[in-house]
Design a protein around this ligand. Structure first.
Ligand code: ADP
Ligand code: MG
Length: 140
């Protein structure tokens, strides 16, 4: 087991429905600790930069429009195997495929408006954390 940090976003569909606290509770109950957090509104450039890896995908423009449609909560989560653990707590990308009890099964509206983002690897977690946070904003 390794203590890791991962990057998380509570997406606009969740902030719009006032589910911020519910999502945080599910993360904490899953064994993760919020060690940095802020509420921000992404602009087009920031959303496109964050999702640059998906720029050739057919859903890219819709995804950036969705992610700029309202406030988001960006977070750094810490815990044992935090990257994989967070993906388990989140559930599958499409809420229809997500396991019972996961955030996406419980809360998500659609494959796009799926309530949360979580890094998919330790390497990407470090890149994504640095995209939004300075080191002095992360307090473990
Ligand atoms: P995940 O967020 O589970 O890592 P991806 O990295 O594949 O999933 O996709 C990034 C985000 O793009 C998803 O969380 C979702 O918001 C959106 N997305 C993925 N696939 C689709 C799709 N087929 N149609 C619309 N939006 C999608
Ligand atoms: Mg992903």
């Amino acid at each position: 087991m390794a203590l890791e940090r991962t990057f998380s976003i509570i997406k606009p569909d969740a902030t719009r429905r006032n589910l911020t606290g519910k999502v945080i509770s599910m993360l904490e109950e899953g064994g993760l600790r919020v060690v940095a957090q802020k509420r921000v509104k992404l602009d087009q450039a920031k959303a496109e930069g964050f999702y640059a890896v998906h720029k050739e995908r057919p859903f890219f423009n819709d995804l950036c429009a969705f992610m700029t449609s309202g406030p988001v909560i960006v977070q750094v989560l810490e815990g044992e195997n935090a990257v994989a653990r967070n993906r388990e707590i989140m559930g599958a990308t499409n809420p229809a495929d997500a396991d019972e009890g996961t955030i996406r099964k419980t809360l998500a509206e659609s494959i796009e408006a799926n309530s949360v983002h979580g890094s998919d690897s330790l390497e990407n977690a470090a890149i994504e954390i640095a995209f939004f946070f300075n080191n002095d904003e992360i307090v473990g």
